[in-house]
Design a protein around this ligand. Structure first.
Ligand code: DX5
Ligand code: ZN
Length: 223
């Protein structure tokens, strides 16, 4: 399968959001990654519905919405109305994960579950067949621009094995610290979707940065 690139709008310039949305529209990116943080589940607040709706108005590609919020069930239908195509909740934020997944699908969205770096893959065993996407956090959620946690490579391989064994169609998404230095190896380990915030938006040429991730060019930057 051809891997997808999902630039994280968190790293965009919010004073020029339409310009940055058009950049993604015109690039080789596949999805928009939208990070919603509530200041409770994670120690940061990002943005809410008005901003998401403004992005949706101009976006010509699916919105991949990553909820870093407690009690996500309260907002599932509102996120559908705001334009979410894929809705991902955190394993650590859901007491009744199976019910939450079914509620997302009942709204006509693809259902994803994200795992924090400390959460083991095997906890998904009994829901993996129901999932459209699993997001492996390769940083602790809450902020862009953090360093990639290398244990992620092991988790991707373990998740790939679980997906094959259970005949699940779930895509494997990697979120946090992704760039040209680790993208190729992640895809070789089984990743299907690469989220990239800083490595795209802080690049001199953001759409070329997307193209490099799409081509899996390996460029290791010296510090
Ligand atoms: C982190 C967010 C990520 C973040 C990625 O909590 O979920 O999507 O925007 O940003 P980078 O690519 O800069 O690590
Ligand atoms: Zn994210």
């Amino acid at each position: 399968m051809n891997h997808k690139i999902a630039p994280s709008v968190l790293a965009a310039d919010f004073a020029n959001i339409q310009r940055d949305v058009e950049m993604i529209n015109n690039s080789e990116a596949d999805w928009f990654h939208i990070d919603i943080m509530d200041g409770v589940f994670v120690p940061n607040i990002s943005f809410g519905f008005p901003v998401m709706e403004a992005i949706k108005k101009h976006a010509k590609k699916p919105l991949d919405v990553h909820l870093m919020i407690v009690e996500p069930d309260r907002y599932i239908s509102t996120f559908k109305k705001a334009g979410a195509d894929v809705l991902t909740v955190h394993y650590e934020a859901c007491d009744h994960l199976h019910r939450t997944i079914q509620a997302i699908k009942a709204e006509g969205m693809k259902a994803g579950v994200a795992l924090n770096p400390h959460t083991p893959i095997h906890l998904l065993k009994d829901v993996i067949a129901d999932l459209d996407l699993v997001c492996i956090m390769s940083v602790n959620p809450g902020f862009g621009g953090q360093s990639f946690i290398r244990n992620t490579f092991n988790k991707v391989q373990e998740l790939k094995a679980l997906i094959v064994e259970s005949e699940s169609n779930a895509l494997i998404e990697i979120d946090g610290g992704v760039g040209t230095d680790n993208a190729k190896l992640l895809v070789e380990c089984g990743a299907d979707v690469l989220v990239a915030g800083s490595s795209v938006f802080k690049a001199e040429n953001p759409s070329e940065a997307v193209a490099q991730l799409k081509r899996l060019e390996t460029i290791v930057k010296s510090i």
